[in-house]
Ligand binder design. Sequence first.
Ligand SMILES: [Mg+2]
Length: 419
Amino acid sequence: MTLRIQTERLVLDRLVAADAPALSAQRSDPAIGAFQGWAQPYSVEAATSLIASAGGPLPPGKDDAAVQLAIRQPDGTLVGDLMVGPWPGGAHAVEIGITVGVSFQGRGYATEAVRAIAGHLFAGDIQKLIAYVATGNAASLRVFDRIGFRREGLLRDSYRLANGELVDEVVFGLTRSDWSRPAHDFDIIAFDADDTLWQSEDGFHHAERRFVELVAPHVSTGIDVKAALTAVERKNLHVLGYGVKAFGLSMVEAAITLSDGTIPAPVIAQLVEIARAMLTEPVHLLADVPEVLEAVGKTHRIVLITKGDLVHQSAKIETSGLAHHFSDIEIVMEKDAATYSRIITRLGVPPSRFCMVGNSVRSDILPVLALGASAVHVPYPLLWDLEEAPADHGRQFAELESLSQLPAWLTASTTAPSE
Ligand SMILES: [Mg+2]
């Protein structure tokens, strides 16, 4: 039976004998061979015999040969090939694999072709697609992440390259129910902690006011004591990191510097005491937080991602009484795109299934959106100067007045028609 799957820019159909020279040329490219087990150059004879053996039923039953489809531009030019192979575990699943010629890479063709074959196979009786991707093949990992495959495991020393090197592979799986879910049906809701779940900036603002009261009498007039403290904090950020201990050291440093070394020791002692009091201050939860976590936790896996000092953040989590809601708790040094990417990968979900909730556009929203994940901004009335986001970030995202609106927002975004 003739097979022809048309997408926006591509056609998927059967490879024919006339494709052998083009297939041979593509598979002989060293950049393609870097993640493949076949010997190079890949001869026209090898391509001819692959094409001859790959014309069986689609989808293949568990004892059938793998089917090898052509990925073409509308004028027939071969872009690459797509394998649909039998799954030894049963006919309900198939393995897929894709190769796109080097000169056609970087245009989203692989994503478009895999989406097309997934739609075709799920319209039939197939329940699951499985794919194996070498851990070093970043472009291909992104294709399967983007489509919504889950990372189900890691196969170490999974196959041998032609040069003898052993390669690890990520096992990707996409089930029929994964495929039919709306685009914004999140698997994981991640929460920021400070000023999202509990008060934090109030304590810092209070301490800054005390700092100005205590230090200003020892500083020449005309100096903005508060601004000078922030400048010291900014300078120290890459050495001291975030949190109360870093703030305490910056207060001491700023007091000594601003007073030209004349600050009395009892004032230094008071600054140290302010930091100590902040570290032992009980956690003040924001309104409705336990109820919201309870509600969201019924329908989603929820995790906590907070940055700052390990000892203090751990103590706050411990005494908040909230820890049991979270499957994972991450205390990180910096909330940037690299950190979020590492966490999302470790959690085993594609970015499209991950949503971050937090009060800082700079730390909780922008780096998450940059990865193709989602984020919801719940502003807090106070924001630390160093958390100010660039005004021209140009990003659109949801903003809620309070955390109590989150369960309804999640329901609405899940049932909204996806694009
Ligand atoms: Mg925060």
